[in-house]
Design a protein around this ligand. Structure first.
Ligand code: SF4
Ligand code: FES
Length: 224
């Protein structure tokens, strides 16, 4: 099969496409494919030219850390959960998430997701859950990996400067269920940085690898 990878040496440099030939294994994932290419001592592209190792991020290789989020055949997905057998055609295209700054090849800077939470004090800290909180829903919302896939598909999320996206809405819900927290402050931040900009496309729900019930978080927050 042919593997087409969007490459970029460092932030600010022009990206370019590079193609590789790969002998696919039946149960291989995109993460495994990238590893296989990188294991080669002298990686060569389809023209026989030497190619630098491909930068990409991973930690768990089992859909638990969100590090390997990228765009595969034009669809945002986790590389470790995307199997070659499920892809159509004999060419696969792999590129970095497009709404974050590229650091190198498939590695992007998703720091803005955490920075935005810090900006509006939307982090859990020392607070405990309310006794009457819906712990099942809280558990589901807390599974967010901050992978950024929901932001990639969201038609309203641009650069995270004013509209913060689905991951933020889930965290607002989580935090609003804690006692001792300034709930009004969270509600205002939710309205300013999520509710005002959300057009309810809900593409975030379909793409989420953790199947987080974002709609339920939004419904609870909209009532607050
Ligand atoms: S809500 Fe889902 S898709 Fe969005 S960052 Fe969290 S885990 Fe990823
Ligand atoms: S490597 Fe952790 S989610 Fe893919």
């Amino acid at each position: 099969m042919r593997v087409k990878i969007k490459r970029q040496k460092m932030p600010g440099l022009k990206p370019y496409w590079q193609e590789f030939e790969y002998d696919p294994k039946p149960d291989q994932t995109i993460a495994g494919l990238l590893d296989d290419l990188n294991y080669k001592d002298d990686l060569k592209d389809i023209n026989g030219d030497s190619a630098p190792r491909i930068s990409w991020e991973c930690s768990c290789l089992q859909g638990m850390c969100g590090g390997c989020a990228m765009v595969i055949n034009n669809k945002p997905a986790l590389a470790c959960e995307t199997f070659l057998r499920d892809l159509k055609g004999d060419t696969v295209t792999i590129e970095p998430l497009r709404k974050f700054m590229t650091i190198s090849d498939l590695v992007v800077d998703r720091g803005i997701i955490q920075e935005n939470l810090k900006k509006v004090n939307a982090y859990i800290g020392k607070y405990k859950a309310d006794e009457n909180a819906d712990h099942n829903q809280m558990y589901s919302a807390a599974k967010c990996l901050k992978c950024g896939l929901c932001l990639e598909v969201c038609p309203n999320y641009k650069d995270g400067k004013s509209f913060y996206g689905a991951a933020f809405a889930n965290d607002c819900y989580l935090i609003s269920q804690r006692s001792g927290i300034r709930k009004e402050e969270i509600t205002v931040s939710y309205r300013d940085h999520f509710a005002k900009g959300c057009s309810k496309a809900l593409s975030c729900v379909d793409v989420c690898p953790m199947k987080i019930p974002t709609l339920a978080s939004i419904a609870k927050m909209n009532r607050s």
